[in-house]
Structure formats: structure tokens, C-alpha cells
Write a protein that binds this ligand. Structure first.
Ligand code: BDR
Ligand code: CA
Length: 312
């Protein structure tokens, strides 16, 4: 099975991504979950990561805390989307699963340096601060990374936190820039994809009908995010972002895109954090990403339902 580290700021959709990965042990070996500041502050995100891992019953998976703020900016958070705790909606117990003592960035570095090169994939579901800081602290990790699969950015559907930028990139554009230039293979799941993966009322009902502890929690999480997104987008369902990263690892055939150059805007205030995607290969800049632009929502939800049904 493929070895992955999940770097995350849970977040209702991050939580569903973590659950999807932990429900798929035949394909994915989750070496650790690392929290980063993003949707809310690091303390809440780390606590939420522990709650979600505990909910899955996979308490063999260690949880780490990484960076508490972006590389050079003040932290921008999204309590207006995710609630005060970052994971409003379900009523999950305070976790007993401990937070590891080691810093999350050092866990990422040590894990990559101690494994065979190109055997570990980094799944990023939040701002890229931890990955960039690991690359700064130990540049030798770059050529040891098998792949970085990230939820972030937007091109055809443009921004969700500003008109030009997607949240994960906007929060720490310098970190995203470091990552995009690192030379490791990168696959991007942007808003262009996640806006196609709508959690419609019928799909939420199906999750509720699983009639399990996890199903109830996921239903409560997505119902919470729905309330905000419905007002914002005026569509029948809300986009589901981070689980697309895990779905891509499990079933890449659900997604379509192409290799091209992606550069991050770090200078202009107006378009800060924009992912400038050379989808039509007009710049001559070398390809640094596999940029996905569409996803099969039916196939995605079939996979999600099958896997959630395995959890307690
Ligand atoms: C991203 O921002 C966060 O709010 C979500 O968890 C997702 O990672 C979507 O822009
Ligand atoms: Ca996230």
C-alpha cells in the first residue's frame, strides 16, 4: 500500500478526507497526520485531528502539530466557514489520543529522510506552511518525495477567499511558492474540481442513512458547512474539497487534467495567492504540476459511501 502523510487544518472537509484515508488501509498506509494553522488556529486544528482519528478507531495513527502561523504573514482564518472550533457540527468527545511531542515539520523531515527515496506521498489539505518549512530546513527531502497531492488553488473557478485566490494558497502564498518550485512531482486538486463534487441533500441523506457513529458525524459536519456554502454559491449542494485528494490516490481515473506550469502570485495585493495556471502552455515555463480540472461526482460519492460504511 502507498505510504502517505496527511498535512491538514481540520476543518469538516479535512475530517472527511482523513476518514476516507483511514478507511482504506489496503491502498493507503497513513504514517501520520500533521496539523497546520489555517481554517482556525493550530491548537484547534491539532485537537480536531485527534478527534477525527479517534472517531475512525485507528488510534495507531500518530498526530503531530506543525507550524502555528504562515512563513511571513499574519494568519488569516475561516471561522465564518468552519465555526469557532474549526469543526463545528458534530458533537465529538474530547480526544484521549495524545498529541506527539515531536514537531510536525521534523516528523515530515525524519520520515522522508529515513525511508527509501520516492516511497512517501504528502497529502496537503491546508496551507502549505509545514511542507515549505520542511523544505527550507532540509532541502534534501525534495528529491525523496514520491508525490505531493494538494487541495489548493483555482483557475477556471477562480477564488473563494478573494476574487483571485483559493484559501489554502492565500493563507501562505510564500509557502505555496516554495512548494511549487521544489521539483517534486505535484498533483493539484483545485476549486475547479471540488466545485463539481457537490454534497447535495440527497447525498447527505445517504450518509445519514449509514446509521453509524461516523456517518452521523460526517452528516453533521457537512450539514454545517452546507449552511454557509449554500448562501455563498446559491447552488443545491456545497463543494466538498479535501477528500478529493484521497479519492485521487484511490481512483485517479475519476479526475482529468494535464501537466503544465503553475506559479503563485506573491507580489500583488489585488491577486495575492492566485495560482497562475498555464493550462494552454503559452508561457514556455517548465511543467511543475499535474493540474486537474474536473472530477466525476457520482464516482466520487460512490467511493466515499463504500469507504465510510467500513468505519464504526
Ligand atoms: C480549502 O479551504 C479550507 O477551508 C478547506 O478545508 C479546504 O482545504 C478550500 O478552499
Ligand atoms: Ca483544509
Amino acid at each position: 500500500s502507498r505510504k502517505i502523510i496527511i498535512d491538514t487544518d481540520p476543518g469538516q472537509d479535512d475530517a472527511v478526507a482523513i476518514l476516507l484515508a483511514l478507511a482504506s488501509p489496503e491502498e493507503l498506509d497513513v504514517l501520520g497526520v500533521v496539523a497546520v494553522a489555517g481554517n482556525v488556529g493550530l491548537h484547534h486544528n491539532a485537537n480536531n485531528a485527534r478527534k477525527v482519528v479517534e472517531l475512525s478507531g485507528r488510534t495507531d495513527v500518530p498526530v503531530y502539530a506543525g507550524c502555528a502561523r504562515p512563513m511571513r504573514r499574519h494568519l488569516v482564518t475561516a471561522e465564518h466557514v468552519h465555526g469557532e472550533t474549526g469543526l463545528n457540527g458534530p458533537d465529538l468527545p474530547e480526544p484521549e489520543l495524545p498529541l506527539q511531542d515531536q514537531h510536525g515539520v521534523d516528523f515530515i523531515i525524519d520520515t522522508l529522510m529515513n525511508a527509501e527515496p520516492k516511497t512517501i506521498t504528502l497529502c496537503t489539505l491546508g496551507p502549505l506552511t509545514n511542507i515549505a518549512m520542511a523544505l527550507v530546513k532540509q532541502p534534501a527531502i525534495a528529491e525523496r518525495i514520491q508525490e505531493i497531492v494538494m487541495m489548493g488553488g483555482a483557475y477556471f473557478e477562480v477564488g473563494n477567499i478573494t476574487p483571485a485566490a483559493e484559501f489554502n494558497i492565500y493563507v501562505d502564498p510564500e509557502a505555496a511558492d516554495v512548494v511549487m518550485r521544489c521539483g517534486a512531482p505535484i498533483t493539484i486538486l483545485p476549486l475547479d474540481v471540488t466545485h463539481m463534487i457537490q454534497s447535495t441533500p440527497a447525498r447527505l441523506d445517504a450518509i445519514k442513512a449509514l446509521n453509524s457513529k461516523t456517518g452521523d458525524a460526517v452528516h453533521a459536519m457537512l450539514t454545517f458547512s452546507e449552511t454557509f456554502d449554500l448562501q455563498k454559491y446559491g447552488r443545491e449542494g456545497a463543494p466538498l474539497h479535501d477528500p478529493t485528494v484521497i479519492a485521487y490516490l484511490l481512483k485517479p481515473e475519476l479526475f482529468e487534467g494535464r501537466h503544465c506550469n503553475v506559479t503563485i502570485e506573491t507580489a500583488s495585493e489585488l491577486t495575492m495567492g492566485m495560482t497562475v495556471v498555464d493550462y494552454w502552455h503559452v508561457s514556455g515555463r517548465s511543467y511543475n504540476a499535474n493540474y486537474l480540472r474536473s472530477g466525476d461526482a457520482e464516482g466520487f460519492y460512490a467511493l466515499l459511501m463504500e469507504r465510510l460504511a467500513r468505519l464504526p
